[in-house]
Design a protein around this ligand. Structure first.
Ligand code: S3P
Length: 402
């Protein structure tokens, strides 16, 4: 159940459990003889996820980022489990103040300290570092490449960072915690355990065992891994003009992500038993384009989780563009005529599309015609001019898989 239903449903309930009452939200309904009883398993899920990960709360000094619904469940558990002190940082300071006052009242001790988000640098240094809980949606789509606080110095104070976000599996917040030497976990186990606890409430005779929990976790991970329509593991496809770096970026990306690499030109040459320039010379461009389509069809039928680099002209056919988008995430490596010229201008002997008197003119003309087609065919556009392969791979990883 999601916000705002988690609150609205409360007026229809016969009874509420203590956690739901305290957190002020319900995510699980259990039918009783008198009517429905409302539970909140988010807090218990958070508590269990931390416990299973060996992250202690009792006596810890904590930082809670955010003051929304997820923060409330986390704040409740932190206070209940004996955190010594929790700084609540929120963009709107009043909301942090409200949450702090509420929890301090509930537990009858000054455990929560509200602050404006920008005031993070005034948090004092403590030996051993803080347990930080990131409870906002920053780090998820459409803010995947952001962290709620971007200052590296902040992360030096963090001993353990817990992000409630679980997709992407490794958020920028987590990366920054790790880069500063801390330990980071995501919100996947919180999601898992709140579900398990709900399941056990519905089936009181059942205690979900460790093996089932592991299987359920694997299933969720499988579901969350990026997929093409039809439930296949996502492929990553590089398109772009000759010389854009489809092969070198493809190779580096495949290596970095431990994925197999497929090159459509290579597939065609293997199938035809001859070089592309010979296919062009003997059978013409149209025959080559047909071969490209059949390679794509074959890939769509039997390939998943691969990096695929395709020939520069492959997206020109509309049917190929449709096939490409079905096949996976399409990344366009955007290159200028100058860069292409610098990379391949001096030798175009094996490039049938660049034959003719003036190579630069040929490149400029073809690129002007093709660029809108590439843009239309792609999900992600990456400017590759003047950038190293590593930089490009890093950007794509950030944007395409987190
Ligand atoms: C072509 C690009 C080539 C190859 C063929 C046609 C094109 O691939 O498929 O020569 O029309 O742009 P690369 O872009 O990998 O060089």
């Amino acid at each position: 159940m999601s916000v705002p239903h988690k609150q609205h449903v409360m007026e229809f309930l016969e009874e509420m459990d203590e956690d739901a009452e305290a957190i002020g939200a319900v995510n699980t309904l259990v039918r009783t003889e008198r009517g429905y009883k409302g539970y909140n398993t988010d807090g218990a899920g958070f508590e269990r996820a931390l416990r299973e990960a060996g992250i202690g709360i009792s006596g810890r000094t904590c930082i809670l980022l955010g003051a929304g619904g997820a923060a409330k469940a986390a704040a409740y558990v932190l206070a209940r489990e004996g955190a010594e002190h929790v700084y609540i940082l929120n963009r709107k300071e009043e909301r942090a103040a409200e949450l702090a006052a509420y929890m301090n009242g509930l537990f009858n001790r000054s455990v929560m300290w509200p602050m404006a988000l920008e005031a993070y640098s005034s948090i004092p240094y403590i030996k051993g570092g803080y347990l930080a809980v990131q409870s906002t949606s920053v780090g998820m789509e459409p803010h995947r490449d952001r962290a709620i606080i971007e200052d590296e110095r902040f992360y030096e104070m963090i001993h353990t960072g817990v992000d409630v976000v679980y997709t992407p599996a490794r958020t920028r917040f987590m990366k920054m915690v790790e880069a500063a030497g801390g330990r980071a976990v995501n919100g996947l186990d919180m999601l898992l355990y709140q579900g398990i606890i709900a399941y056990e409430l519905w089936n009181p005779q059942v205690k979900v065992d460790g093996k089932t929990i592991r299987e359920a976790r694997a299933l969720i991970q499988e579901q969350l891994s990026e997929r093409a329509p039809g439930g296949r593991k996502q492929n990553l496809i590089f398109i772009g003009f000759m010389g854009a770096g489809k092969t070198s970026v493809g190779e580096a990306y495949a290596r970095a992500c431990n994925m197999p690499l497929i090159d459509t030109d290579q597939r065609i040459e293997e199938a035809a038993g001859m070089a592309i320039s010979r296919i062009f010379a003997e059978q013409g461009e149209e025959a080559f384009r047909k071969l490209e389509t059949s390679v794509l069809e074959e890939l769509l039928a039997n390939t998943e989780g691969a990096v695929i680099s395709v020939g520069g002209g492959l997206p020109l056919r509309e049917e190929n563009r449709i096939l490409l988008k079905k096949l996976g995430t399409v990344v366009y490596l955007d290159v200028s005529p100058d860069t292409v010229m610098a990379r391949i201008g001096s030798d175009v002997s094996d490039r049938p599309m660049l034959q003719g008197r003036d190579v630069r003119e040929r490149i400029t003309g073809l690129l002007a015609y093709r660029r809108p087609v590439y843009l239309e065919a792609s999900h992600v556009i990456v400017d590759v001019n003047g950038r190293s392969v590593d930089e490009i791979v890093e950007e794509i990883r950030r944007r395409a898989d987190g």
